[in-house]
Design a protein around this ligand. Structure first.
Ligand SMILES: Cc1cc2nc3c(=O)[nH]c(=O)nc-3n(C[C@H](O)[C@H](O)[C@H](O)COP(=O)(O)O)c2cc1C
Length: 369
């Protein structure tokens, strides 16, 4: 039963991946086992990694039926970036481990599907290279608040000069989380996968910027310093890694235009609550003063809808995008977005929601998992 391309068919009709799980399995099957563990894994005993998934099962939908709504509208905007889908791809570093084109391929896939990239500072390709690969999609660049202020300021200027429209500051990573899996594997990737922005022999050495992450040096940045240093750019910025009302308010007071509710996909502080669990608390504290995104545990279009109903304006996908990249490069990431889009379309239709912007807590009720 063939259908035109713009109609979602119940009957998958080609050899392409028909489900997100097929993409994840293809990616996992093709990666060396230590790279697969690095991608899949979390910190400590992976309690937070598991919580991220369990949290979604504590919410059930309250569908509105016979509403007469037409096709649901999935478009929105975030940090001034127009989005065809309420989705951004996460700044996952070391992307060359999954595919040589890394975030350049992700950005091209995003441009084709109405998704925006958050491009990592610790990536395989420089921010300038990713922007050149897909200027429309590569709109947000991620940066770590650490190291010498002069280096930080120089990186901010590079982000501006490369045409990015916003900055994402990762505030939950003063040092790298205690990752049992990578320790057990003695995982020691080629540093080249991290040095896109700081090539060997360039003006700034990688250790000067990220040394603190790996040597466990005491963190020395505060909200006040971050605020002062971000005042040097005219670009709006988002604080990534907010889990509490206190942190959300501090971020907004420091000048953030958005917060990303995130526990880094369970890769940083094991024992932290699920990001989804914290979303209502953060949304209440923000009270409309900034936009809100959520990551950590998004694995389906249904999950996206739940996060938006709980107060997120958009979601960020980390591992899902990386699996797409590992499975089939640019085409794999595109397929991830297409399947998320089609599933969201179905879920919104069944839920009786006309637009992603109409979603709210009225569409949900708490249940025992
Ligand atoms: C392989 C990998 C590398 C990552 N590198 C970074 C990074 O350099 N900076 C950062 O802020 N977050 C990093 N993250 C975290 C993601 O940006 C994001 O918060 C997380 O993947 C979201 O959870 P999810 O994977 O369940 O979607 C990384 C995640 C993965 C899986």
């Amino acid at each position: 039963m063939a259908a035109p391309d713009d109609v979602i068919s119940y009957f998958p009709r080609d050899a392409d991946f028909a489900t997100l799980s097929e993409i994840v399995e293809a990616a996992r099957a093709g990666l060396p086992s230590d790279v697969r563990d690095f991608l899949d894994g979390g910190a400590g005993r992976e309690v937070t990694l598991r919580r991220n998934r369990q949290a979604f099962e504590r919410w059930a939908y309250r569908p509105r039926i016979m509403t007469g709504i037409g096709a649901p509208d999935l478009a929105t905007s975030f940090l001034g970036v127009p989005l065809g889908l309420p989705i951004l791809t996460a700044p996952f570093g070391a992307d060359g481990l999954f595919h040589p084109e890394g975030h350049c391929a992700v950005a091209r896939a995003n441009a084709a599907e109405g998704v925006a990239s958050i491009v990592p500072e610790a990536g395989t390709h420089a921010v300038e290279a990713v922007a050149a690969a897909a200027p429309v999609a590569a709109r947000i660049a991620q940066i770590h608040p650490m190291g010498r202020p002069a280096n930080f300021a120089a990186m901010l200027r590079r982000i501006e000069d490369a045409g990015y429209g916003a900055v994402c500051v990762t505030v939950d990573c003063p040092t790298v989380g205690w990752r049992e899996g990578t320790r057990h594997n003695r995982f020691d990737p080629d540093p080249a996968v991290l040095t896109g922005n700081y090539p060997v022999g360039g003006p700034v050495a990688l250790d000067e910027v990220f040394g603190q992450l790996f040597t466990r040096t005491e963190p020395d940045w505060t909200w006040a310093e971050l605020s002062e240093r971000m005042a040097a750019t005219r670009l709006p910025w988002m604080a990534k890694g907010v889990l509490t009302a206190e942190a959300a308010s501090a971020a907004v007071d420091a000048g953030a235009s958005a917060v990303l509710v995130s526990n880094h996909g369970g890769r940083q502080l094991d024992g932290a609550p699920a990001a989804l669990e914290q979303l209502p608390e953060v949304a209440a504290a923000i009270a409309g003063r900034a936009q809100i995104a959520l990551d950590s545990g998004i694995r389906s279009g249904t999950d996206v809808v739940t996060a938006l109903a709980l107060g997120a304006d958009a979601v960020v996908i980390g591992r899902l995008a990386a699996y797409g990249l590992a499975a089939a490069g640019e085409a794999g990431v595109r397929r991830i977005h297409q399947l998320l889009r089609d599933e969201m379309h179905t879920v919104l239709t069944l839920l009786g929601a006309g637009s992603v912007r109409d979603l709210g807590p009225d569409f949900l009720q708490k249940v025992q998992p």
